[in-house]
Design a binder for this molecule. Structure first.
Ligand code: NAD
Length: 357
């Protein structure tokens, strides 16, 4: 079924209010989730709500949290999110860190103990909207690792995403936003919910053999995701863990006890003012010169057009704004099920959903 973005946002907002988020937090988180759906990342859209509900129920995710801001050391800021909703905590932490930019032309952030920050590209977009270049690296703790290091048959770290963007007219362009695994775990969950199989090369089974079946991984964490690009992606995953976990926060997957409590993120961000290098306009002009240079390359056989990082998301957004966002019944069922522990009216929630014609 395809639903309008507006109705899905109103629906998610109601779910978040039922989880005791205040109006502002429910707005921030629901906007984040719907943008993830619109940009084609259903793995980080409303399908995350059941996990958030379970975490809130168990006291592992705290609605309306006030982060602890450490005094910046030079251009380096540390913010402890104290298990608050990551979508809001990360924006607050970036605002705090960016206060050093006027003086230093750079801000470095270590965000610790955050609830799931979801689609990391959101934070590159936020920094670009203020005219800044940014790089964000996120490690994932709170549950057993998911990604097999190169050559291993067992997971050793998680999907450890990286996002970076240039600001072009305060828009993130290009915008790279990727897990260092071949796919985000949520995509395995979505495929499993839809009863679809996966292309080979994304997941290995518990013997370390490539498999197309997402269910054992999605339902009982059996097997592992593969890092992208063999040893190179695996090496990048290692460094995301070290920068976001060992350096910027207090826990890597090796520190954690792996109690399945949900998903927590630590984020290491570097935010740069392009004006420190050259005029903003010159940097933007060279960025677009290169962008257009790549776009003008002849396409490989069988390829319609060359896409720059961030373009597939823009295409998806335009399409889904027009035709709606697909949500499968299993995802909705999981959301209603997770709300059984809260004061929530399933029929009223269903009434928020508007299907596309
Ligand atoms: P993906 O593989 O769909 O896309 C990765 C990048 O490649 C994007 O920048 C995209 O624009 C680009 N791209 C895709 N197709 C392209 C093409 N044909 N030509 C050129 N560029 C192309 O993304 P993913 O790795 O599955 O990650 C999905 C989302 O999951 C991201 O938003 C990420 O931040 C999020 N994530 C979050 C966490 C967390 O714990 N918070 C963990 C892992 C992933």
């Amino acid at each position: 079924m395809f639903y309008t973005a507006q109705s899905l946002q109103a629906f998610s907002r109601q779910v978040l209010l039922a989880l005791n988020c205040d109006e502002h937090e429910a707005d921030v988180v629901s906007q984040h989730l719907i943008l993830a759906n619109l940009t084609g990342h259903d793995s980080h859209g409303i399908g995350m709500l059941p996990m958030y509900a379970d975490q809130v129920r168990d006291g592992n995710l705290i609605p309306n949290q006030t982060p602890v801001y450490h005094e910046p050391v030079g251009a380096i800021s540390i913010v402890d999110a104290k298990k608050g909703f990551g979508h809001r905590m990360a924006l607050l932490a970036l605002d705090h860190a960016m206060k050093t930019i006027d003086q230093h032309k750079v801000a470095v952030l270590g965000l610790r103990n955050s609830g799931h920050v979801s689609r990391v590209g959101t934070y590159s977009e936020y920094c670009a909207s203020k005219g800044y270049v940014s790089i964000h690296m996120v490690n994932v703790v709170g549950h057993p690792p998911l990604v097999a290091p190169h050559g291993a048959r067992e997971p050793g770290f998680s999907t450890n995403p990286i996002s970076m963007a240039m600001p072009v007219n305060d828009e993130a362009k290009p915008l790279l936003d990727m897990a260092t695994s071949t796919v985000a775990f949520g995509k395995v969950r979505v495929a499993s919910n839809k009863g679809e199989s996966l292309p080979l090369g994304l997941v290995i089974d518990k013997e370390g053999v490539p498999t197309a079946d997402p269910k054992p991984m999605a339902e009982s964490r059996e097997g592992a995701l593969c890092a992208f690009g063999d040893h190179k992606g695996s090496g990048l995953g290692v460094f995301v863990e070290l920068l976001a976990g060992a350096l910027a926060s207090e826990s890597t997957v090796a520190t954690e006890k792996h109690i399945p409590a949900g998903v927590y993120n630590n984020m290491f961000s570097v935010i740069l003012d392009p004006e420190a290098f050259d005029s903003k306009e010159q940097v933007m002009q060279r960025t677009m010169e290169f962008y257009d240079f790549i776009k003008a390359k002849p396409t490989a056989k069988g390829v319609d057009q060359i896409l720059m990082p961030g373009e597939p998301e823009k295409i998806s957004k335009a399409k889904r704004e027009m035709h709606g966002i697909p949500v499968d019944d299993e995802t909705l069922r999981q959301i209603y099920e997770s709300l059984k522990h809260f004061d929530s009216d399933e029929e009223a929630l269903k009434a928020e959903l508007v299907a596309m014609e």
